[in-house]
Design a protein around this ligand. Structure first.
Ligand code: OSB
Ligand code: MG
Length: 385
């Protein structure tokens, strides 16, 4: 598998900066059409509805993108539940003058709701980096690097359609291919891809479609040399994954089940997975994502950055996150045009001729949020502060 080496001096400099005087906070719900529908085992999305949080301090604004969908088919959180939690519980604890660790401590009183927390926390981090005039990765103490690319291919109508999508990804030089699977569209589909592409770095994601009783069935995947099987069992399970991992050779990777560093420790100590998918938007934001990455790295568990088919705002956070040296496996970081004809930021994510992605230049998340495009896709806007 293609990996990047980890330098010895992995930094863990989390921000100890002061929350600035905030002049305005807006919650904006946007809806962007997908170029093609995206199917996972539990649902098909035809568009991206996202709750954006814009936190302003005078002329400067930080942006966060909540990765919850309008529906509870990936995670229990939704755009509307997140809006409620942000407005009624998260923003009331946000006080100018408190430092960032104090803010995170206050947030711990609010149980769960990690997607809601991430949207606010990330917007604050973007804002603080912009006030400092530094790129986000630099505020975390990381060095810039070229980011590996990876594609997540949704469940297609036929094996032929899947093979076309895989060929397309290979032509674009993606570093690894993930294919979504579900019961009835699994072994045969993986076999077809593997037969056509014997050396491709290939993995599958089941989004919780199987149960522990399917262990023997899932073990049939062992012969295809997959890098990993992502979240084969229930979205909330850690324990049964530990039993499954003992009965199959392919490394398991957890996605949906991991909401915090505590969850990651539980999974690693139980032996529930050998790889972790870190989505900063699912674990409360960039700071917790970095803590999970550093814990996993110390414990010999490789990590990668997942995606939630975010707009360019969420994508930019994922790109900055991957400068943390623990991210050694290509993530679900793909070109903007795979999902969107038009996005709300510039520049779009593109791959260079070797399949790498460059970090957007500029302070904070680096990309420019195009307000006219936000307005174009806007469904609802509310001033929260
Ligand atoms: O399980 O990783 C997942 C998209 C929506 C919900 C869940 C998942 C995904 C993806 C897409 O796989 C990854 C991406 O390209 O952002
Ligand atoms: Mg997944």
């Amino acid at each position: 598998m293609s990996t990047q080496p980890i330098p010895d001096n992995s930094p863990s400099m989390l921000p100890t900066m002061i929350i600035p005087q905030i002049t305005k906070i807006e919650a904006i719900t946007v809806n962007l059409p997908f170029v093609t529908p995206f199917s996972i085992s539990s649902y098909t999305w035809t568009c991206k509805e996202a709750l954006l949080i814009k936190i302003s301090a005078g002329e400067l604004s930080g942006w966060g993108e909540c990765v919850a969908d309008p529906d509870p088919f990936y995670s229990p959180e939704t755009t509307v539940s997140c809006h409620h939690i942000i407005k009624e519980f998260i923003l009331p604890v946000l006080k100018p003058g408190m430092d960032f660790p104090e803010f995170e401590k206050e947030m711990k009183h609010i149980r769960g709701n990690m997607m809601a927390k991430a949207a606010v926390e990330n917007a604050l981090l973007d804002l603080m980096a912009k006030i400092e005039g530094v790129p986000l990765y630099k505020m975390f103490g990381f060095e810039p690097k070229k980011i590996m690319s990876g594609i997540s291919i949704g469940i297609k109508g036929s094996i032929d359609e899947l093979l076309i999508a895989v060929q397309d990804a290979i032509d674009k030089k993606y570093h690894r291919v993930k294919m979504k699977i579900k019961k009835g569209k699994d072994i045969e589909w993986v076999e077809a891809v593997r037969n056509s592409y014997p050396t491709l770095q290939l993995m599958v994601d089941a989004n919780g479609d199987y149960a522990i009783d399917d262990a023997k069935h899932l073990a049939k995947l062992d012969k295809y040399g997959l890098t990993m099987i992502e979240q084969p069992l229930s979205y909330s399970d850690i324990y049964f994954h530990s039993k499954l991992q003992k009965s199959i050779e392919t490394p398991l990777c957890l996605d949906e089940s991991i909401h915090s560093l505590e969850d990651a420790i539980t999974a690693v100590e139980l032996g529930s997975c050998r790889i972790v998918n870190i989505k900063e938007g699912r674990v409360g934001g960039m700071a917790e994502a970095v803590r999970i990455a550093e814990y996993c790295h110390k414990n010999g568990i490789p990590v990668w950055s997942g995606g939630m088919d975010e707009t360019g705002i969420g994508r930019a956070f994922n790109i900055h996150l991957q400068t943390a040296p623990a991210f050694t496996i290509p993530g679900d970081t793909s070109e903007t045009k795979l999902y969107f004809k038009e996005d709300i930021v510039t520049p779009p994510v593109t791959l260079d001729q070797d399949g790498y992605i460059s970090i957007p230049e500029g302070s904070g998340i680096g990309v420019k949020v195009e307000e006219d495009m936000v307005k174009k896709f806007e469904m609802k806007r509310e001033e929260l502060v």
